[in-house]
Structure formats: C-alpha cells, structure tokens
Design a binder for this molecule. Sequence first.
Ligand code: SAH
Ligand code: MG
Length: 193
Amino acid sequence: MNSIDKIKKKALEEHIPIIMDDTLEVVGKILEDNRPNKMLEIGTAVGYSAIRFSRYLNDNGFIDTIERDKERVEEARQNIKDLNLEEKIHIYEGDALEILPTLIGPYDVVFIDAAKGKYPIFLSEALRMLNNNGIIIADNVLYKGYVMSDYNKHKQRTAVRGLREFLKNLNENENLTTEIIEVGDGLAISRKK
Ligand code: SAH
Ligand code: MG
C-alpha cells in the first residue's frame, strides 16, 4: 500500500470525514482543467485531500489549508513531510473564523470543508479572496439528505441551517454560476461569471 493509501485507511478507521472517492474524482477533474497556482482549503483534517489536490497544482503552485484541531494539525504536518510536500502545502493552525480575515489571497480555487454551520461565513471570505475565473468548491452541502428534508430535530440543526443559508447565498449571487452535484455528500461548484 502506498503512503497516500495508508493515510486514507487510517483516517477512515478513525472516522475522520475525508473526501470521498467519487467527490475526489470530480474535484480532480476540475483541478486538472484549471491547474491552480494558489488554492485555499478550509478544513485540513490530516491533510488527505490537500495531498490529493497537490498533484494538480501549477509548477510553483501551493495550497494554504486551515485546521483548528491540534492533533490533526500535527498528523497532517507529519503526513505532508513524509510525502515531501512541505513546499506545496502550508497549514494554518487555528479557527478558520479567525485565520481567514488575516489572509489576503487571491486564490484560484477555494475548497470549503469545515464546520457546516459556518459555511455562509466561509463563503463571504472565499468571495473576498477569489480571483477572476476563480472557483469555489464546497463539500457535504446536502449533508446526508438532511438539507433537503424537513426532519431536522437533531443535533445537526445548526449544520443544516448553515448549509441552507449557504446554498441560498450561492443561488442569489449574480456574480456566480453554481452547480450542485450529487457525489459523496453533495458538492457545490461555483464559478465567477
Ligand atoms: N478536507 C479533509 C477533511 C476535513 S474534515 C479531507 O477531505 O481530507 C473537517 C475538518 O474541519 C475537521 O478536521 C475539523 O476539525 C475542521 N474544522 C471544523 N471547523 C473548523 C473551523 N472553524 N476552523 C478550522 N477548522 C475547522
Ligand atoms: Mg467533506
């Protein structure tokens, strides 16, 4: 088993919600077509998706990625080091709500994959830093069907509310064209017009 597959296996065993294979395939195609120079990821976990994305970067391209869980940051740093990707993947440790306002960008692609209840805030920060022709990709936007159903009497209520607002904001944004794809847990792909 190669190193990336080992990272994937361990993450799955530990129930870390890493990007699903079908989602990765769709995102990979988009990245392949666009070859980003600068990419931003919100929600690193153990670095799995950033490592997968890094092969699609332009020659001097890099990914800035944000994670607030200390243990995951440590594991991600180790994984990135083991794969010699330290020059391509920069981790920012801390709450994205605090780190995002300190970043300037601009970014060619932003991948949103952290706290679902905060997606509307992540979106406005992503829009602030998005290049012309930039793309915002958001994972888990259908959230196991909860977003589309009336049933939200559970602890996922904040997530569902956040995701609904996020999708509404995308829809109403006249500067973006958005498609929602039913891979994994739902993937939103928004491009600047
Ligand atoms: N993108 C990863 C998976 C990310 S899972 C992959 O596909 O491999 C979501 C991660 O977001 C978790 O590790 C969680 O700790 C982190 N997270 C959630 N809310 C956050 C916030 N407000 N700021 C920073 N990280 C956050
Ligand atoms: Mg996800």
